[in-house]
Structure formats: structure tokens, C-alpha cells
Design a protein. Sequence first.
Lengths: 532, 266
Amino acid sequence: MATTTPRRTSRGKLDLDPATVRHARSLARKVGRPIVRIAQQHTTVSVERATLRLAGLEGADAEGTPWVNRLVDVVRADVGLEHGVALPVWDALRRAEGADLRELAEKASAGSVTFRLPEGQDEKRARSAAGKAVGAGIKRIDARRTERERLVKRIGDAPAKPWIYLIVATGDIYEDIPQAQAAAREGADVIAVIRSTGQSLLDFVPEGATREGFAGTYATQENFRLMRAALDETSRELGRYVRLTNYASGLCMPEIAALAGLERLDMMLNDSMYGILFRDINPIRTFVDQRFSRQVHARAGIIINTGEDNYLTTADAVEAAHTVTTSQLLNEYFAKEAGLEDWQLGLGHAFEIDPDVPDSFRLELAHAMLARDLFPAAPLKWMPPTRHMTGDVFRGYLLDGFFNLVGALTGQGILLVGMMTEAVVTPWLSDRDLALQNVRYVMNAAGNLHEDFRPQPGGFIASRARQVLAETIELLDTIADEPGSAPLLEAIADGTFGLMKRPADKGKGLEGVAKKARDYWNPASEMLEAGR
Amino acid sequence: MSKQTVVSTSSPDGQGPIRPYGDTTGDGMVQLSFTLPMKHSKVAEGAAAQLANKMGMDPALVVHAKQMGEDYTFFVVYGRVNHLVDPSVVEIVERDYPLLTPKEANAAIKRGLRRRLTVVGACIGSDAHTVGIDAILNVKGFAGEKGLEYYRELKVVNLGAQVSVPELVEQAREEKADAVLVSQVVTQRDAHLLNTREMSAAFRESYPPDKRPLLIVGGPRFDETMAVELGVDRVFSRGTTPGEVASFLVHRLAPAPEPQSTRKAS
């Protein structure tokens, strides 16, 4: 596959007006900033559990409830969540209530420890002990990042862009491993392990290697470790570093992000609003968890993939094109605020226009090119057609070819390989082989076509892209005009995003949110903020 | 109770038994693709032809063979079958209600009920797989259609997985459910049938016949013709979309005085 990143002039192929682009970004900032403030003012059970995980607390009790959940629940019952759990926990350790975190958690859940908020010298000592323990976790994440950089250098990187992204999802980690290794041998640069249905709504991270899941495999620390080790082996065999992806979404975003950093995952699905809109997770919970998880990803050198493709699976891809751009701008703002750099922003978009719409290919190209020109330094995650895959596998194969062609023409960084059996079966071996042949053919035949291709100034493609950008600005303006201190929350509450009304005081996981007290302290947050 | 129709089509076109059509009437030509777990070789191609023969293709022409990885080969086979199919003895469950868009469904509920229609959904028994019920109920939906949550005039209460039958009945009463949707995805030894019978019996016991909510079950292992036998109002099988379920709810619970939709139930 002979592709290179398209050479770009400063204004890109669409020659967008730089002032308009700046205006769009400043609106995203205006809408996003109050949300960041809210995120800074709150903590959640999952943020606190992630902090304990960074300090090394692993494992679960006999019923499968993780020790981090047990410990946070008891601390919360004793002194509340609003001060953070670090001080009460390390104060108890210093009072010799447990030899280590694990023993403390066991004793706490048996009811034999009472937590308090330490003061004076006690507080100072608890602070220093907590800082050391959590700091060790952050150091381990740093070491994992360095290790990745070293492996990529020593083994070699993916040979070309876009990186070929394939999915495995058997439900059984021990079945996933050979499938992932086979997929890598067949040409995948990135392996994603789809999670079991419903994991996003679990308020705990399951423990250990898991062998049953539905339509996916549970994200657990042990599953992460097993898969990464297997792919390291395959990477050495193939002479290119194969990246591993999972999902930092749902109610346990911060914890999953921490585990991903600790186990050297390379990319994580992480969208700022997906959980709110599609899983009815409380907006505040989502934004707080989101910010912490993105700070961890930034530190870990993980590339995030955002979920804009989802908008198009439920709304019309032409009518809703500007909601994708709007979400990309918001995702970019929230990501950068959390410390992520451009190369870490796998902003999502998808090929989902009804193929019966006249000029559907030109529209797809316009939308993809707009994303490319707006975010020239971001890798971009290009998602294949799903909505108009009807079961006619022959037509679907052609559609996937056109999807690949748009990918080649717009320099996408990450290409999720489309399967002609989408909506029919989970991909068979032969489906994957045919899909990869499709990608290879297009990249080999037209991978450098972007060198020759520039849309006619003022033509159909350029005009359409400008129109979508104008509609984006209009939508951002509407959001910014909402009343209250956080217009975006109001907009989400009254259904601006076209799907559901999601008020800030409703949704799953709300009970796990607490407004920070003045003396709130979390060593992980402190280090992550300082590291930016 | 159930008004669904099991139809024996009597040759819609007055046609007798037929064969597949390639380019000449009666030529019986079909195409087939599959993978065998062996390296590509002449023997492998022979094995592919043998499979096609056993499936009734004679002659069978292996037109394409490609090795995938070390141990697998993909085949495309064209060939003739001698089987006849007789459309007059095919049994199907016809959809006996019009397919509505979300907008039409909302309007019909508003007109017919003058209140929101309450749907309680759950996976019962030991089945922990909410994928089916979620595909129908969650906004995210299925096959490009939004789930019932998206319908303004539907109040959806999704109880999730591993709900016991008494719990389901209690919740249905509490919510004053107009309809109860039960999904069964992964089942062993026909547990889905047992569970469904238990569920329908429990609802019959605790409700007077005219007050009982509409009972709907769905899942990939159900046979759509079994509604009466299972004591439910409708069985939905693999591939059912939210729109079909919503349309059925409207059809049974908020029927239009006259046909409102111009879309054919094709």
C-alpha cells in the first residue's frame, strides 16, 4: 500500500476561510468552557476508584465486586465523597487499619474500619503517603508509554496510512487472542476488542480473564494484559507494532482509562457525549469522568477515537452532517483542554449516506474532506457504512470499495475495515479476507490519487463542505445562546442533538457524582493537571 | 386472542413447482461460497466440488479458490441443482398490520389513546443478554431504525436482564403497562419456550382477560407461528426491527379508524 499523508497547503484542499474556521473553534470553546468548569467542580465514584487503581488496588471479593468499589463505598458512607477518598484511605493505612490497600478494603467491607478526615500532621502524612502510592501508578503509565515508543522504534511501525483497523469479538478472551493474531497476520495494524453488550452500564469493572460475553468480550485488566502480550508476540513476528484498542466509555471511563494506561493499550474509544445521548448516562457524570479519562489518555500517549459515526446511524447522514462537525469541534476542545495533542485525536466520521441519494459519493467526499481540512494534524477515524448495508453482500462490497476510496482521497489516519456481511453475521474469516482485499486494491490503485485531486473551487464538493461548516456554526451559535451558566447542558437537556432530551439531573450514574468540597484532594488529578 | 394469520399461499401466480433461474428457465443454476479448513491444492478444489455435489449441485463448477492464511481456502462454486420448490406449500406469517414511521406511530397513539402508551421490557429467566431487548428499546436501535425510546408517545420501561416472572408482573402492574416485551436470546434446552409459557400463565392469572397487557416475545430461536401455543399475542423472530414492533403495538392498542398510512405492508 503506497500511501503518504496528503500534502496540504495551509488552507487545505477546500480553501476554507481561516476566519470562519477560527470562529467555529472559538464557539466550541465558548460552549465547552463552562462544562470544563463543572467537571473541575465535581468528582465521581469512578474517578475515585481509578485513583485507587493507580495506587495498585486490584482484585475483587468472592461475589466479584472489585475491592476499589468496596473501599470507595465504605469511605463514602463514613465521610462522604466530596473530599476525595485519598486522604481518608491513606490516613487509615497510617493508623495501621490495614497492612496494604487490599487488606484495608477487606476490613472496611467487613465493617471493622472507620474512616475519618485527617487534620494537621495526620493530614500531611496521609497526603505524602497517598502521593507516593498514586505517583507510582502514574510512573508506571509513563514507563508504559516509553516502552511503546521503544517497541515501535525497535520492531517497526505500521507500514502505511491509513492504519487498518479490524475488530474481534467472540466473548471469550482465549478465542479472541488467536483471532486477533490472525487478523494482524492478515494485515491489521490495529485490533479492537469489542466489549460485551451492556458493559457500559455496569458501575464496576469486571475482574480477571473472562470467557463469556455477548457480542463482545468484557474489558478487564487481565484481558487487556493477555491481549497486549499476545499482540507483542505477533508484532515481533511481523516486524510491525500492532496496536490494541478498547473502549473508555460508559460508567467506568476513568477506571478503564487507567487500566488501559497501565497495560499499554494504544487507542481508546472515548467520546464526550456518546454515553449521554445513546446510553442515557447522566451528563455531569459523563463530563467529569470524560475529563479525567482524557487526562489519563494524554499522559499514556493513547490515541482517542471519538464516536461521531453514531450520530449518523440514527439520523440522516446528509441532514445531520453538521452535527458530526459540531461534535468533532467539541471533542477537539475537550480533548485539548485535557492535555491531548493533535496526533492523539482520532476524530470520528462515517460513510453513511443513503446510496440512493443522487451524488451521495460526492457528498461523502465533501464531508470527509471538510473533516480533513478542519483538523489537518489529527489522524481521523473513518468508519464504514452500516446503515445501508442491507444483507445484499454484493452491493455492500461495492459500497465498501467507495468508502475505501474516500478514505484514500482524504488521507484518513485510521480506517475501520467495512464488512460486506455487516448486519448479517459477525464477520467470517472469508469476509475479513475479502474486506482486506478490497482495502488493498483501493489503496494500491488509488492511494496517491489525492496528489492529483483537488475539488473545483466553488464546485459541488467545495460548496457542500462550506454549507456544512456554516450549519455547524449556526448550531454552535444556537447552543451558545441557551440560557444558564452551561448552555451545552441546556442544549442536551432540550434535545438539540436531535435524539433524546437528557436533563443534567437525570440519567444513570447520577448517584455516583459529588460536588467537591473546598478541601477536596486527589493526587492523581493533581499530577495529571501538572503534567499538561 | 392472536389475530395473526398463518397463510398457506396457493400459488400466487398460479405457478407450479419451479427451479432456480440462471439465464434459462429451468436451468437450476445457483451460486455458493464457503471456506474449507485446508490449504489450497487440487485436492482442496476436489473437496469443494464434493461438498457442492453433496448439497445437490450437479455438475458443480469450482470457479474460484483462494488460500487465506496458512490453513484455509475460500471457494466460489457455480452449478445446477435438480430440486424443485413448490410455492403452494410454503407457510409464512404475513405481517397483518401496516408498517408506520415513528411520526405516524406517534400520531396514531395520540389519536387512539390520548395518552402515552406504556411498554415494559425485560429479559426473563437466566438470560443475561439484553442485546435483543436493547436493540428494540434503546434509542440506538437496530438496522438503522431508532428504538422505541425514540417514540415520543411511547413510555418505555426497560427492566434489563434476569428479571423474574413475578417481578415482571409486578412492574407491569405498577407501570400500568399496555404492553410487555420479553426477549430471550441465549437459551438452553428450549428454556425460552418454558419461560415464555410461565410468563404468559402468570399474566393470565393476575389480570382479568380484558385488562391483560399485550404480551410480545422475541428472540432468534422463536418460531413466529407459535404465538397461540405460547399464550402470547405475538412472537417476533430474528431480524425484527423497532419499527415493526412499534407498528404492531399501534395496530393492536391504538388502531386507526381507517387506514391512515399509505405505505403498503409489503
